[in-house]
Design a protein around this ligand. Structure first.
Ligand code: NZQ
Ligand code: ZN
Length: 389
């Protein structure tokens, strides 16, 4: 194992009824709450009414910050920061998925920062020292795991950059996670969010070290849990066991635990983020298109891990296969799973039809230092071309 320091500052309240039971107490010492949400799903599924009734009962002043879009923009962050400042909000309560949580993390920094937080923090790896506005989250869709880390992925539309930064002080103070809140998530989003979970685990698993380490063992169990429970949830979206497992899988994938002692790759995320910056595509869907093709490019450099993946995650017997054949069979099993759950397999299906865009997108992708095989922009372009149709 490599050396590491571990801390996670978010307190999680998990399970059916947790919002009604704990939200009042958790907002006790705050007066003005910036209540943040997305395009309105919480008004249709009853979550908004439930939260508002609790906050009203406790006499809170509530300022609404709504319309946070999927792939939140820096402009939206600035809007939220201005609202928080004007109304002297002393807490942000984010209700939604990764987009709402990330936007609110950025708002909580921007509201307390005098300069331009994009240029001073997201764009270049400078140091800032800001005490963010306290943030609490109510998770409504499983996927990003943003509820238990300091990461926030923001899109700058003008500059065509979508990028994430992890500021440890941005861990939400609390995360309320009621799996029944995820029942109303549209099936396509449930599936793409679940693939995002799988992707976070794979991006960590397929990186050094290769020798025996507890993180890889936990990840194999988590990957199997996502695959098994997603299959159940597709059949019955209101299966509480499946939805609660998926919700906790998402948190476990991104609460830093499995990253301990690992280099971590996240090259597929670098590529998907730039696809998102140019096309506003769905995050989990973009990852689904990229993963198998990317892995066929890198598996030889990480052969023992790809063999483990085939045997331990997909239960593929060795029979008379060579290591190479077994590794490729594991990648094929992943590709077959992507087809089975109905995610896109080409960039065209994802909505990217202009091939001329591939070059600028490839050239703008970040290069991961943790990949088994360090990419070049040329090779990223090759991957995009192979994914095109
Ligand atoms: O906006 P509303 O109306 O709420 O609808 C949302 C949205 O359309 C809907 N939804 C959420 N909960 C629902 C629901 N619909 C019905 N019932 C519910 N209970 O789902 C749609 C997608 O929501 P979004 O928050 O965009 O999805 P997700 O959680 O996948 O977040 C994606 C964003 O997070 C970033 C992605 O790049 C993308 O910008 N990521 C953040 C990470 C992090 N902070 O750690 C890591 C990830 O790798 C990722 O990059
Ligand atoms: Zn992701």
């Amino acid at each position: 194992m490599n050396n590491f320091i571990f801390q996670n500052a978010t307190k999680v309240y998990f399970g059916q009824g947790c919002v009604r039971e704990y939200l009042g107490c958790l907002t006790r010492s705050h007066e003005t709450i910036l209540l943040a949400y997305g395009g309105g799903s919480i008004k249709q599924n009853g979550v908004y009414d439930e939260v508002m009734s609790i906050l009203r009962d406790k006499g809170k002043k509530v300022v609404e910050f709504s319309g946070i879009m999927a792939n939140p923009t820096y402009r939206k962050v600035q809007e939220g920061a201005a609202l928080a400042r004007e109304n002297h909000a002393d807490m942000i309560l984010a209700i939604g998925g990764g987009s709402v949580m990330d936007c609110c993390k950025a708002v909580s920094l921007a509201a307390r920062y005098e300069g331009d937080i994009w240029t001073d923090y997201w764009e270049r790896l400078g140091h800032i020292n800001v005490e963010p506005l306290p943030l609490g989250v109510i998770v409504t869709v499983a996927g990003t795991g943003s509820e238990c880390n300091g990461g926030a992925v923001i899109t700058n539309e003008e500059k065509k950059i979508k990028t994430g930064r992890d500021y440890p002080k941005l861990n939400p103070r609390f995360a309320l996670m009621d799996p029944t809140y995820t029942y109303s998530v549209p099936k396509k989003q449930m599936i793409s969010g679940s693939f995002d979970i799988l992707s976070h685990i794979m991006e960590t698993y397929f990186s050094e070290p290769n020798e025996d380490n507890v993180s890889d063992d936990i990840m194999e169990a988590l990957m199997k849990s996502v695959i098994r429970n997603l299959r159940v949830a597709i059949q019955n979206p209101e299966d509480y066991t499946a939805r609660s497992n998926l919700m906790w899988d998402a948190t476990m994938a991104e609460n830093r635990i499995i990253k301990m002692g690992k280099k971590c790759d996240f090259e597929c995320h670098n590529m998907e983020h730039q696809l998102g910056a140019y096309t506003n595509c769905n995050h989990g869907c973009g990852l689904a298109v990229l993963h198998p093709v990317y892995y066929r490019h890198i598996y030889q450099a990480g052969l023992p891990k790809f063999v483990r993946f085939a045997e331990n995650v997909w239960n593929i017997p060795r029979d008379h296969r060579t290591d190479e054949e077994l590794a490729l069979a594991g990648i094929q099993a992943l590709a077959d799973f992507i087809r089975e759950i109905g995610l896109p397999t080409t960039l065209k299906e994802l909505g990217l039809t202009d091939k001329a865009l591939l070059r600028p997108i490839a050239d703008s992708c970040g290069i991961s230092a943790g990949s088994y095989k360090t990419m070049t922009h040329e090779e990223i372009l090759e991957i995009f071309e192979e994914c095109f149709e």
